[in-house]
Design a protein. Structure first.
Length: 136
């Protein structure tokens, strides 16, 4: 019996830890984010950059607003995607299925590696497409 009591002193009880809420989400202003999303969709002429559809459009941050809040309101950090290309199967945020096309593959790479330089390249590609659109 003495042995058990001695060992009992060394046994640590597991306590439940409370999850801390991140302060980063509170930093971003929702009204500014909705204005940012609208300006991104206007810039892209209300068309999905991946498939060209025009229904249920979302503004997607190419570089995560959570890890880089300084880029959260930059229009050049955004791209317009339809709901399926953004959240659906084969979309940017669906890790389980393979990417739908090369644009989604590139956007996944940028988003998960936080590669700002690659997002600038896509921004330059967008500018070229819009110049062609305006010249017609």
């Amino acid at each position: 019996m003495k042995r058990y009591i001695k060992l009992k002193r060394f046994v640590k009880k597991k306590t439940k830890r409370k999850k801390r809420k991140s302060n980063k989400k509170n930093i971003l202003n929702q009204s500014k984010l909705s204005k940012w999303s609208k300006s991104v969709r206007e810039r892209d002429f209300f068309k999905c950059f991946s498939c060209g559809k025009g229904k249920t459009l979302h503004g997607h941050h190419m570089v995560s607003k959570y890890y880089f809040p300084q880029y959260a309101y930059h229009v050049n950090n955004g791209i317009t995607l339809c709901k399926r290309c953004h959240l659906g199967k084969g979309g940017v945020h669906c890790k389980k299925s393979p990417p739908k096309n090369s644009v989604i593959k590139k956007l996944r790479y940028i988003y998960y590696t936080h590669n700002i330089n690659e997002s600038k390249k896509i921004g330059n590609l967008q500018k070229k497409i819009f110049k062609e659109f305006y010249s017609q």
